[in-house]
Design a binder for this molecule. Structure first.
Ligand code: HEC
Ligand code: HEC
Length: 392
């Protein structure tokens, strides 16, 4: 590819510019020169080279990144499920259950603090060590040296690393594994939903019902946008809709009240599990709502199976759980955010809000060919759950 030539990757308009290493022995891979959605800020970290993105795509979808080849990043973060897995709570490669629901990776390049509840995880390359190497729970069950060794022994990888990092004396390293995965993750860009087209002024981009839902979402009476505001619908905003902070809040929305004092189930107590501060019980990061109609089940623990039920819980000012393991009335929780105060919601309003949430999905971004697995078809085609690799 020559400098300046547009290549149709990711369904966006890409143009290639010369790569970073014109003097190396290996020909430099061209950089992806992204034409981002016009209303998006610049891509953090800048555009990767084509070779690094291609390496990242392989790594993200390769089951051999887990100890018994049962999980890839991509099987837990699947495009058509808005880069989640459809499980209530994620299940790691050795069968251990996570205490939280899988988060979407849509527009992850612009996310501030990562994960549902740990404000100290700020960078994607630090975050990916959690699923790869974490033990509580085991998600992929690897260790750094074992991972480098394993990839070195798979004939596919040394050339892919050499192409991605032509200047490095040791291309196949943990640092480069992380760099390529991050490069791939940052390409999960979604900015062409009906709501985006509405933001860009396209007439008729939202159906009449979704437009009614948009107005409810941004109304003072419902107040959704006070927490789910800004471009990615995860920032606090003032009465004029302007973000009042650069990072999402960590809040208790009254999903549980197991003891009359706002208690959450002991297996997942939110920020409280990290700080031990009583007021942090049940506080979770406000999630982005882009692609939300496809990312169910919802909530930090996947306990919301239906978006209509969640709207009912917001309307009554907290979730009422009768029976089951953790009965209680979240509306009576002393720890819930005061903005979860309840509101009237007619059946038509509810349908309108659901139509608006649906309009936050960019269909093309969920099935972009360039982001799909380069390996076997889905579901895996071997008895042990591993994919059969095919040549890139
Ligand atoms: C077993 C399923 C599973 C696997 C495998 C997995 N993840 Fe995740 N991922 C999750 C869960 C669950 C969360 C939410 C974690 C939390 O709240 O701490 C998450 C969260 C994330 C986040 C943070 C999203 C946000 O909005 O803050 C990123 C980024 C991420 N994963 C990337 C990866 C990458 C890269 C890989 C492969 C190296 C990977 N994941 C493998 C289940 C998985
Ligand atoms: C006070 C801040 C606040 C307000 C107001 C608020 N939310 Fe939320 N929302 C959150 C938080 C925090 C979570 C995560 C809660 C959890 O899982 O424990 C969340 C979760 C969600 C989810 C689930 C997302 C997912 O990926 O699992 C949806 C959908 C949602 N909110 C929609 C709405 C709508 C619609 C409104 C208005 C009726 C609204 N929210 C009002 C803070 C808020």
């Amino acid at each position: 590819m020559s400098a300046g030539r547009a290549v149709p990757l990711l369904g966006l308009a890409w143009a290639c510019a010369p790569g970073p290493s014109p003097d190396s022995a290996q020909p430099a891979s061209p950089r992806l020169d992204l034409a981002l959605p016009p209303h998006f800020p610049a891509l953090p970290g800048g555009a990767p080279t084509v070779a690094e993105a291609e390496l990242g795509r392989h790594l993200f979808h390769d089951f051999r990144l887990s100890v018994n080849e049962g999980r890839s990043c991509g099987i837990c973060h699947e495009g058509k499920k808005a880069y989640t897995d459809g499980f209530v709570r994620a299940v790691g490669t050795t069968g251990q259950s996570h205490s939280r629901n899988t988060l979407s990776l849509i527009n992850i390049a612009w996310r501030g603090p990562l994960t549902w509840r740990d404000p100290s995880v700020l960078e994607l390359d630090a975050q990916l060590e959690v699923p790869l190497f974490g033990e509580h729970p085991v998600e992929m069950g690897m260790d750094p040296a074992g991972l480098v060794d394993r990839l070195s022994g798979i004939s596919l990888y040394p050339p892919l690393f050499a192409a991605a990092y032509p200047d490095a004396s040791d291309p196949l390293s943990m640092a480069h594994i992380a760099s390529a995965l991050v490069a791939y993750e940052r390409l999960i860009i979604s900015g062409d939903s009906p709501y985006d087209r509405w933001l860009l002024g396209e007439e008729g981009a939202l159906s009449a019902q979704a437009e009614a839902g948009r107005q409810l979402f941004f109304s003072p009476a419902l107040g959704c946008s006070g927490c789910h505001g800004g471009l990615f619908l995860d920032l606090p905003t003032d009465a004029d809709g302007q973000p009042t902070a650069e990072q999402p809040d960590y809040l208790n929305t009254g999903l549980y009240n197991i003891d009359g004092q706002g208690g959450y189930p002991p297996e997942e107590t939110g920020l409280f599990a990290l700080t031990g501060q009583p007021e942090d019980m049940g506080r979770f990061r406000v999630p982005s709502l882009r692609g939300v109609a496809r990312s169910g089940p919802w909530g930090h623990d996947g306990s919301i199976g239906d978006l209509g039920d969640l709207l009912d819980a917001y309307a009554r000012g907290g979730r009422l759980l009768v029976g089951g393991q953790y009965p209680g009335d979240g509306a009576q929780s002393p720890l819930k955010d005061p903005r979860i105060a309840g509101f009237a919601l007619s059946a038509a309003d509810k349908a309108a809000l659901l139509a608006f949430l649906d309009a936050l999905t960019d269909e093309e971004a969920l099935s972009r060919p360039f982001l799909q697995t380069p390996f076997c078809s889905d579901p895996p085609d071997t008895a042990d759950g591993a994919c059969t690799p095919v040549a890139p």
